[in-house]
Design a protein around this ligand. Structure first.
Ligand SMILES: NC(=O)c1ccc[n+]([C@@H]2O[C@H](COP(=O)([O-])OP(=O)(O)OC[C@H]3O[C@@H](n4cnc5c(N)ncnc54)[C@H](OP(=O)(O)O)[C@@H]3O)[C@@H](O)[C@H]2O)c1
Length: 240
């Protein structure tokens, strides 16, 4: 039975796409719990959400913390996995495979361990939304490592939708989105990269976090959509 007010849990909800999803879903009247590692970011996100979300510290790469988090959370309806990693880019011939492995450890394992730990308490016909990335669809040189991690999540999405029914399992595959994920680049290089991606994209711009939040909200709301990877990239994949 559906609760009157649905409860969504967003792991990686203190920044970028996850925070935008928290704002949008709280604005739609949902109960929202956000989680992330950094306590200052948690406090800032709470302030940005003006008390409309619970904020809890969690390092989702730590299996014991993940078990404790979901073991004490209580029943909820929807899970959004918005944490990630920027590791694993570079030309394959010289690619540091240790970095690729860390990219998997920072994104793929936390997504899967949170999804698994959520199963006892998530609503049986609720939803899980993974965040993959368009790198998994683009065949862009220099992205084999990061695309492998994002592709792993895209591949498991329809399998889990078939296996965990009636729980719905979907993913959003964002293109380039202006978030702190890009902070590994100095400001001038980031702006140059965004300008180049905007020029390649049919829509002529990079994404905003709320562009992706809208796609997440759609996948949560439409109970007839499952096993779907929703590309939300301004058409960037078409430029490859
Ligand atoms: N931005 C883009 O262009 C883009 C494109 C395609 C896909 N994506 C994907 O979209 C997702 C969201 O990225 P974003 O751009 O919103 O990045 P972001 O602004 O850096 O936000 C990442 C969020 O994840 C949290 N996080 C990271 N590691 C965590 C962990 N081990 N445990 C708990 N929380 C963790 C961060 O908080 P703490 O660091 O405080 O833990 C933060 O709240 C990622 O999976 C990313 O790969 C982004």
């Amino acid at each position: 039975m559906t609760n009157a007010i649905e409860h969504v849990v967003i792991i990686g909800g203190t920044s970028g796409i996850g925070l935008a999803a928290a704002k949008r879903l709280a604005g739609e009247g949902m109960k929202v719990t956000i989680a992330g590692r950094d306590r200052d970011r948690l406090a800032a996100a709470s302030a940005a959400l003006a008390g409309k979300a619970d904020a809890r510290a969690l390092d989702a790469s730590d299996a014991a913390q993940v078990r404790e988090f979901f073991g004490t959370l209580g029943a909820f309806d929807h899970l959004v996995l918005a944490l990630g990693s920027s590791r694993g880019t570079g030309a394959f011939a010289t690619l540091d495979l240790t970095d690729v492995r860390r990219g998997f450890e920072e994104k793929v394992w936390p997504h899967l361990s949170c999804a698994q730990a959520a199963l006892p308490t998530i609503r049986k016909d609720g939803s899980i939304t993974f965040i993959s990335a368009v790198s998994a669809e683009m065949a862009a040189p220099g992205t084999a490592g990061i695309a492998a991690a994002n592709g792993a999540l895209a591949i498991v999405t329809p399998i889990l939708a078939a296996e965990l029914r009636p729980l719905r399992v979907n993913a959003v595959s964002p293109g380039v989105v202006d978030t702190p994920w890009w902070d590994f680049l100095a400001a001038d290089r980031r702006q140059a990269a965004f300008a180049a991606y905007a020029g390649m994209s049919p829509v002529g711009r990079v994404g905003t976090p709320d562009d992706i939040a809208k796609a997440i909200a759609f996948l949560i709301a439409d109970s007839f959509v499952t096993g779907h990877v929703l590309t939300c990239d301004g058409g960037l994949r078409l430029a490859a």
